[in-house]
Design a binder for this molecule. Structure first.
Ligand code: SF4
Length: 320
């Protein structure tokens, strides 16, 4: 499927390191992958694996330490400091916390309109019409434009955050755990809204989450991250049916199965030990200190991410 699709984001040897007191924190370490137009690219992994840093780097919030990424949609550009403003009209972000991400002093209408003003889009009258239209699109209504964020529930605030992201007509949206702060009862409403909008507006999502059930449901392809690296990347069905990396296997074994009989029979693999520090990652394979299959070479040589069958990439010495 992926080979025939047009790329939207091409990531090449991308790294993002942070200088900290104890040394260098390698949050994202030499990643190369593509995101295709109109797909949802899921990104999963434990807290601290680098998935949010990767999302923010691909939004231009962080400058890469090395490597690069290219945007090839309506425009084609290698994203760097000089064209960040242009890129900010093509890529937007939906944040995890719908309470903290909206300015409490601004009305909902001003929040949604702000991006259009910054990018000099439309006259005032047209912007106002667009605000009303966007509120309808996300399941709110034009009466909400004059209210303030504190007057809304978490789910409604996330809808406002989505309307704000859509206002400047982006093609690419980074969804950084957009439902994890919401009640379970409204998570599916927001997911369904994102899916509908994707079809209607031809959007491409990078969907960051730690809930593997949600990621499976919404994603076309999924990348599993561990300690700043992608260790496995495949289509959603392939990853769940033919998991190859020991870390992905353990991660997916923790996902509950809705059928109680199957759930009772399932063997769950516990990952022993703590996730190592990204400041001093272990030599060789980063997962070696916790991997039940680790052998000699694993402690000496880092495995490259290789395509082991069409569209299925794995970084493990034991997977040929
Ligand atoms: Fe485990 Fe070795 Fe594979 Fe790393 S390379 S995941 S340590 S078997």
């Amino acid at each position: 499927m992926a080979e025939n699709k047009k790329k939207l984001i091409e990531v090449k040897n991308l790294s993002k390191y942070f200088k900290v007191d104890k040394g260098t924190l390698k949050a994202v370490d030499n990643l190369t992958f593509d995101i295709y137009q109109n797909e949802t690219f899921g990104l999963v992994g434990e807290s601290g694996c680098g998935k949010s840093t990767l999302g923010r780097t691909l939004m231009g919030v962080y400058t890469p330490t090395s490597g690069s990424f290219r945007y090839t949609g309506r425009e084609s550009l290698e994203v760097n400091k000089k064209n960040l403003f242009r890129y900010s009209k093509l890529a937007q972000m939906i944040f995890q916390d719908p309470y903290a991400s909206l300015d409490p002093r601004m009305t909902v209408g001003s929040i949604i309109e702000e991006g259009m003003i910054i990018h000099n889009m439309y006259d005032k009258q047209k912007r106002q019409e667009r605000v009303y239209e966007l509120l309808e699109v996300v399941g709110l209504n034009k009466e909400h434009a004059n209210r303030f964020p504190h007057e809304f529930s978490g789910g409604q605030r996330q809808r406002i955050g989505i309307a704000r992201a859509l206002a400047i007509e982006p093609e690419f949206i980074v969804c950084d755990e957009p439902i994890s702060a919401l009640d379970v009862s409204i998570q599916s409403q927001v997911i369904n809204l994102l899916s509908d909008l994707q079809k209607k507006l031809n959007l491409t999502y990078l969907f960051i989450a730690h809930d593997l059930n949600i990621v499976k449901y919404i994603s076309d392809r999924i990348a599993v991250m561990y300690l700043g690296n992608i260790v496995e990347l495949a289509s959603s069905d392939e990853l769940y049916q033919n998991t190859l990396h020991p870390y992905s296997t353990a991660l997916l074994s923790a996902v509950p199965i809705p059928d109680p009989d199957k759930e009772a029979q399932k063997s769950r693999q516990i990952i022993e030990g703590e996730i190592p520090s990204p400041i001093n990652p272990p030599p060789g394979c980063n997962f070696a200190p916790r991997c039940p299959k680790a052998c000699d070479i694993c402690h000496k040589q880092k495995p490259a991410l290789k395509e082991v069958k069409p569209g299925h990439f794995v970084a493990c010495h034991l997977v040929k």
